[in-house]
Design a binder for this molecule. Structure first.
Ligand code: SF4
Length: 279
């Protein structure tokens, strides 16, 4: 049996940065320390922060005082204003790559382009980007929806940073038929593109694929979907305990990858469990 472990598997730069920021503050003074929503889309990592005293609050209104950490997805204008009004100490852990996507969205908007975001409308990153702009920003994650939009004179397109690159290309191509002028900024982050490319390559050569990451993690869900298209024996799990020996039975080439918010210790545990189940 051979395990093909993706080199890119696991925590990306933006998530590591946010975790490091939270841990640093928690070690200094964990009193009245909150994140607005889970800091990253990985329940096990969030639990480890909780042990250091970092509490999760879904709404700024529920934070009595102290410090609030904004997560790597960014923060909506409304929440930012509320935190300022409450005079909370703000630690902004928004990933610089997400900030770049916010910048391009603003740039297109200011220059008179109708804005289309390729992404999930309910994802916090997309919600945050939209909150700084006026009404009328379209968000889609299905190429068929392009026909329901436009036609446009000037259309600007960006992507949620963790979107699928192939979907982004498909939607851009479809928009070219519906707009006189199209300006595109590829805001999909490099870490995401590398993970998707590598997952695809591994899925092609194995007979079972394991994708590790939070069920609430969009980028992990997309990695699993990309692998499943190629390899139907693809399983998305959060922890090693969820691995089933029947998935591995009769399979000698096992692929292993993980989303951008999956800590390395969880990947290691999964790898060890695969080895145990195969001996
Ligand atoms: S996936 Fe990319 S954009 Fe998102 S936090 Fe990680 S590095 Fe930043």
């Amino acid at each position: 049996m051979k395990i093909f472990l993706a080199k890119s598997a696991g925590v990306c730069f933006g998530v590591k940065r946010a975790m490091d920021m939270a841990i640093k503050v928690a070690k200094k003074d964990p009193k009245h320390l909150y994140t607005l929503g889970p800091l990253i889309h990985n329940p096990q990592a969030v639990e480890s922060l909780k042990e250091l005293g970092v509490k999760v609050k879904e709404r700024v209104e529920s934070i009595p005082r102290g410090t609030v950490i904004f997560r790597s997805h960014g923060v909506s204008l409304r929440d930012l204003q509320k935190a300022r009004e409450k005079k909370l100490h703000i630690i902004d852990a928004t990933c610089p790559i997400v900030k770049k996507a916010q910048f391009f969205a603003n740039y297109l908007h200011r220059h008179g382009y109708a804005l289309l975001i390729v992404g999930e409308a309910s994802h916090p990153e997309v919600e945050a980007i939209r909150s700084y702009l006026d009404e009328g920003v379209a968000v889609i994650d299905d190429v068929k929806k392009v026909q329901e939009l436009g036609p446009w004179d000037k259309l600007g397109i960006i992507a949620q940073t963790t979107q699928s690159f192939s979907l982004f290309k498909e939607i851009v191509a479809a928009c070219l038929e519906r707009a006189r002028e199209v300006r595109v900024f590829n805001t999909i982050c490099h870490a995401t593109m590398i993970r998707q490319k590598e997952a695809l390559e591994i899925a092609k050569k194995v007979d079972c694929m394991i994708v590790v990451g939070g069920y609430n993690s969009g980028n992990t869900q997309r990695l699993a979907a990309i692998c499943r298209d190629i390899q139907p024996h693809t399983y998305h799990i959060e922890t090693a305990q969820e691995l089933r020996s029947r998935w591995l039975s009769g399979r000698e080439k096992i692929g292993l990858t993980a989303g951008a918010s999956t800590p390395s210790w969880i990947i290691k545990e999964v790898e060890l469990k695969i080895r145990r189940l195969k001996t």
